[in-house]
Design a protein around this ligand. Structure first.
Ligand code: FAD
Length: 294
């Protein structure tokens, strides 16, 4: 199924993300995650792609996406980066995805290698989007966006100018980097609309349920921490059970507010954690049902 159709037919789409295990863990770990998610009420599941990974590592993305579709009957969105690949390799990935019936791709640049050692078929995601669309119109292509500005961009206005190029190249929906402050997202959405970008934007949220996640997550994605959330973290940081509960409640509140503010999609960064995915899904299901009835 073309995910663009989902966004046409639903007011608010609910999705989540899984990632292939790191080199040191067995593929079974993500298979167990997917088994744990069976029957969950989600519109699609995206699968990340290791920009810096080996060929075998990267092949896991298509393998997992295929399992999600065939075994669990859920639509997959397969991530693909142009860092670490040349055009011939990208064509081979696309052929393999098509052979597995995977139609939806999240086209990304990937993080730039520090030492310049990686191959790079393209410098930016918009070129990858064009390449995929030209290579085979079978594919529906989505893209990423950054409410708090991509770290390489001069400023948010410039970043949105560049985002428009990606959308003009054929992207049918966008998913945001995770954020904790909904006001930041609403301001971004307004700016994006003013810039003439009208494709649906799914808001990326991630429950913080462990102390170790806090610094790592913020360092990785640069998300700002609103005062309300900072207070919660400092109050419960030394009590794992309380932090777990408070982190989940914060995300449920965030989603409640996003749906009330007519967000077109919520994308859950669930970190392959079945318990987290089930909790958040159960706690927010009626919100999505209500939004989609209107
Ligand atoms: P781009 O859209 O190319 O943007 C990168 C930078 O270049 C920005 O600063 C932008 O302003 C600028 N730019 C864009 N187009 C142009 C242009 N035409 N001319 C000049 N400047 C331009 N990484 C992975 O390795 N694997 C994953 O599976 C993965 N999944 C992700 C999913 C989501 C939802 C998000 C938000 C990020 C994900 N990432 C993933 C991280 C992503 O690869 C990095 O953030 C990367 O640095 C940027 O990728 P992009 O596709 O947004 O790049």
């Amino acid at each position: 199924m073309n995910i663009a159709k989902l966004y046409e037919n639903k007011r608010t789409v609910y999705s989540m993300e899984v990632f292939p295990p790191k080199k040191t863990s067995a593929l079974e770990t993500v298979y167990n995650t997917l088994y744990g998610l069976r029957g969950i009420d989600v519109d699609y599941i995206s699968v990340t792609y290791g920009a810096g990974g080996s060929k075998q590592q990267k092949e896991k993305t298509a393998e997992i996406a295929s399992l999600i579709k065939k075994e669990y009957g859920i639509e997959p969105l397969s991530h693909l980066t142009c860092v670490g690949a040349d055009k011939e390799e990208l064509k081979a990935v696309l052929d393999n995805l098509k052979a597995s019936g995977i139609q939806n791709i999240l086209a990304l640049r990937g993080d730039m290698p520090q030492d310049g050692s990686e191959k790079m078929a393209f410098s930016h995601a918009d070129e990858l989007v064009k390449f995929i669309k030209e290579y085979d119109p079978f594919f529906n292509v989505a893209g990423a966006c950054y409410p708090e500005c991509h770290p390489d961009a001069e400023n948010l206005d410039k970043d949105i100018e560049n985002l428009k190029k990606k959308v003009d190249a054929g992207v049918t929906h966008l998913t945001t980097q995770l954020f904790f402050d909904n006001e930041v997202f609403y301001a971004f959405r307004e700016k994006v609309e003013k810039a003439g970008i009208s494709v649906p934007i799914a808001a990326g949220v991630m429950p913080i349920v462990k102390q170790s996640q806090i610094e790592r997550t913020v360092a990785m994605c640069g998300a700002s921490i609103p005062t309300k959330f900072a207070r919660i973290i400092s109050k419960y940081a030394s009590s794992p059970e309380a932090l777990y509960q408070a982190g989940m409640s914060y995300t449920v509140d965030q989603i409640t507010d996003l749906v009330a503010n007519d967000v077109r999609g919520v994308h859950l960064y669930m970190m392959n954690n079945v318990e987290v995915a089930k909790y958040i899904t159960n706690a927010t299901q009626s919100l999505f049902a209500s939004a989609n009835k209107l």
